[in-house]
Design a protein around this ligand. Structure first.
Ligand code: HEC
Ligand code: HEC
Length: 404
């Protein structure tokens, strides 16, 4: 956990304002008033009518206080029926680190979202429980609470709570929809958890813990994984990084999509990967957003990823196709694949020089997250990260949807 007391230094404030005014660099410094970044408003007033009954033992949610790192203006949105509490976050933290959640005891949530790997897994595409190759690249877990228009590359999970159920029953953890109730009951009955579920969710003795309760605790923990305080946020950028930041929101127009505190508009865009250089559809191309949206017009679109910590999460893109950050930046700055018929209209070749590409990379490096998740127990898993050679026989893109 990295929550820190926000500094009130002018530099830091300036960086935060610049960040929230991505598209209006000229107004930098004119806006004041977001300085009080220690927000305690998240659940004030909601605790009493929350749909999920807090027990006598649960501390009122209104007591939850967010301490935001520099660079994040608002706390993540919290669903009314899953208010934050310290006890719930602690329970979720333990569950996130517990390999027994997976069907074969082989991996925890953390196994694919590791500190050393940018809180992703360093693999081209993920390796699920039972060593099942999955179809998509693992995104960083930092700031997931801000992806409130949809989680996953295709946005198929509307909330963190739904995402957690998906990851748990799907290919990631491999439990299977039919076994989820039994798994939740088993986990909840473990002596080290029984008391926490009782105090957080009011689970009575002999009563089974439900998958939703596990998902709610996991989600509360994930909402506390805030990445700010970066060199960018603190105004401690190198000259190259500063030039890169100017390009990012200026000439290179990256910020049309990578916008806001978390460098994502939450929207879906086709950047041209589903088509080849002649504009022909690549066989078996991942349809992305089209599938959950049940709309062919949304085919080949993927959610704009955050760029926080991006220098540590190689390889890149939804299928991990690109090994280096420089290569990824070159592709985006060149406007993607101009032959792709559905190419997003904001993708255009901005003809950057090699020096400008290097400046953009330096800027992205200044977004490296400074914190780390507190690890509990042994989290090593064979195959994560992957050995030098790419995994063979990766499941078809379609598997990714089932993967959760
Ligand atoms: C086998 C590796 C693996 C494991 C284990 C795993 N994840 Fe992930 N995680 C992924 C992959 C791959 C994706 C992206 C899948 C997609 O978009 O289709 C992802 C996506 C996510 C996202 C969405 C991120 C975003 O930017 O939208 C969250 C949140 C998340 N995982 C949390 C969890 C939780 C909670 C668990 C444990 C219940 C878990 N993960 C277990 C690999 C894993
Ligand atoms: C039209 C919206 C849009 C614009 C403009 C845009 N991006 Fe992106 N960016 C995306 C989307 C969507 C993805 C994910 C695409 C995929 O994986 O299929 C992405 C992915 C990336 C990634 C890979 C991140 C990861 O975690 O894998 C990097 C790096 C990146 N963009 C940098 C940039 C830079 C630098 C610019 C400006 C030169 C830029 N982008 C402009 C939408 C955009």
């Amino acid at each position: 956990m990295t929550a820190r007391t926000p500094s009130t230094s002018l530099l830091g404030l300036g960086a935060a304002l610049a960040l929230s005014l991505t598209l209006l660099p000229a107004c930098e410094g004119e806006k004041a008033g977001d300085g009080g970044k220690t927000a305690d408003k998240a659940d004030a007033g909601k605790a009493g009518d929350a749909k999920v009954e807090p027990t006598k033992a649960e501390k009122p949610a209104a007591e939850w206080k967010w301490t935001l790192p520099e660079g994040l203006t608002d706390p993540p949105a919290v669903p009314e029926d899953n208010p934050m509490s310290a006890a719930k976050v602690e329970l979720g933290h333990k569950l996130f680190m517990d390999k027994r959640l997976s069907f074969d005891g082989s991996r925890s949530c953390y196994s694919c979202h590791q500190n050393e790997l940018g809180n992703a897994d360093g693999r081209k595409t993920a390796l699920g429980a039972g060593d099942k190759p999955l179809g998509r690249n693992t995104p960083t877990i930092w700031n997931v609470g801000y992806h409130d228009k949809g989680l996953y590359w295709d946005g198929r999970a509307a909330t963190l709570e739904k995402q957690a159920i998906g990851a748990w029953k799907g290919g990631n953890m491999g439990v299977g929809a039919d076994n989820l109730d039994a798994k939740a009951k088993e986990i909840g009955a473990l002596p080290e958890y029984a008391e926490a579920f009782a105090s957080v969710f009011g689970v009575e003795e002999g009563e089974a813990v439900t998958p939703d309760q596990v998902a709610m605790a996991l989600s509360a923990y994930e909402r506390t994984l805030l990445c700010g305080d970066t060199a960018f946020d603190k105004g401690e950028m190198s000259d190259a990084a500063k030039r890169g930041w100017d390009l990012f929101r200026g000439k290179a127009s990256c910020s049309t999509c990578h916008s806001g505190d978390n460098f994502s508009d939450g929207g879906y865009h086709d950047v041209g990967f589903a088509h080849d250089d002649s504009g022909a559809l690549i066989e078996g191309a991942d349809v992305g957003r089209g599938k959950p949206a049940k709309d062919e017009g949304e085919n080949y679109k993927f959610r704009t990823p955050t760029l926080r910590n991006v220098s540590k999460t190689a390889p890149y893109f939804h299928d991990g196709r690109t090994a280096s950050l420089e290569e990824a930046v070159r592709y985006m700055a060149a406007g993607g694949n101009a032959k792709a018929p559905g190419l997003d209209q904001n993708m255009r070749d901005t003809s950057l020089s090699d020096a400008e590409i290097a400046d953009l990379v330096a800027f992205l490096e200044s977004l490296a997250c400074t914190g780390s998740l507190e690890v509990i127990g042994d989290q090593s898993v064979a195959g994560i990260p992957e050995a030098a050679a790419p995994a063979e026989g990766a499941a078809p893109a379609d598997e990714a949807q089932k993967a959760g």
